[in-house]
Design a protein around this ligand. Structure first.
Ligand SMILES: NC(=O)c1ccc[n+]([C@@H]2O[C@H](COP(=O)([O-])OP(=O)(O)OC[C@H]3O[C@@H](n4cnc5c(N)ncnc54)[C@H](OP(=O)(O)O)[C@@H]3O)[C@@H](O)[C@H]2O)c1
Length: 186
């Protein structure tokens, strides 16, 4: 339960190719493991990554991302995972919860009341709705140094022009670049 006065933050995070695809046409994912080298970049230690992940209160995803995560190997440990779906899907882990209905309402009544640091991890279908409904505080895009040429586009028909505030840019030694945007203009 979120203590009164504590603010909830909703972060949407996606990994994208330079040409704006979040998934290869055949769902291959090895393109996300960059073999590039950028000497001026930073490398996070295991301890830094663990501390960062421990700070995340819950993950939110669409059903296609859930199904793909099950195929690839579950990366979410026992952190609560909320999966939006209208289907009846197998609950493979006890920390998985299925949600359906009005996104706005579900966020207010079920997620924001219980979690402070909410991470929406995709896919583009779900993140598009979060952006359309103004439910995202921060958007992080990690750009992999690759042109995929085809696949599933990150931004498709958001149907709303939105200025963003660039909060941070971080380049990594593997050539990935992380762009952090806030929806609140300063
Ligand atoms: N590059 C990255 O960072 C990244 C991140 C995540 C995923 N991906 C990739 O992206 C692909 C999946 O993305 P996607 O955009 O196709 O799908 P998605 O967003 O993961 O899931 C879409 C599905 O979620 C359900 N859904 C969405 N909104 C809903 C709502 N308001 N209420 C109830 N259910 C709702 C619907 O499924 P039902 O039919 O079940 O109702 C919908 O078809 C996969 O290949 C995945 O690996 C990439």
């Amino acid at each position: 339960m979120v203590e009164p006065g504590n603010l909830t933050k909703v972060t949407a995070h996606m990994v994208s190719s330079l040409d704006g695809y979040i998934a290869a046409k055949d769902n291959r994912v090895e393109w996300m493991n960059s073999k590039d080298r950028f000497d001026q970049g930073v490398t996070l230690s295991k301890e830094e990554i663990t501390a960062f992940l421990e700070n995340i209160d819950c993950y939110v995803m669409g059903s296609r991302t859930y199904e793909h995560a099950l195929e690839l190997g579950w990366p979410y440990g026992d952190t609560p995972v909320y999966v939006f779906t209208k289907r009846s899907l197998p609950k493979k882990y006890p920390n998985v919860h299925f949600l359906t209905g009005d996104l706005n309402q579900v966020m207010q009544t079920q997620l924001k009341s219980d979690h402070c640091n909410i991470w929406v991890v995709g896919g583009s279908n779900l993140i598009r709705q979060f952006i359309q409904f103004g439910l995202v505080d921060e958007l992080i895009v990690t750009i992999v140094p690759v042109i995929l040429g085809d696949g599933q586009p990150f931004f498709e028909s958001i149907e709303k022009e939105q200025p963003l505030h660039l909060k941070n840019v971080r380049a990594y030694t593997n050539g990935m670049v992380e762009l952090t945007y806030s929806f609140q203009l300063i």
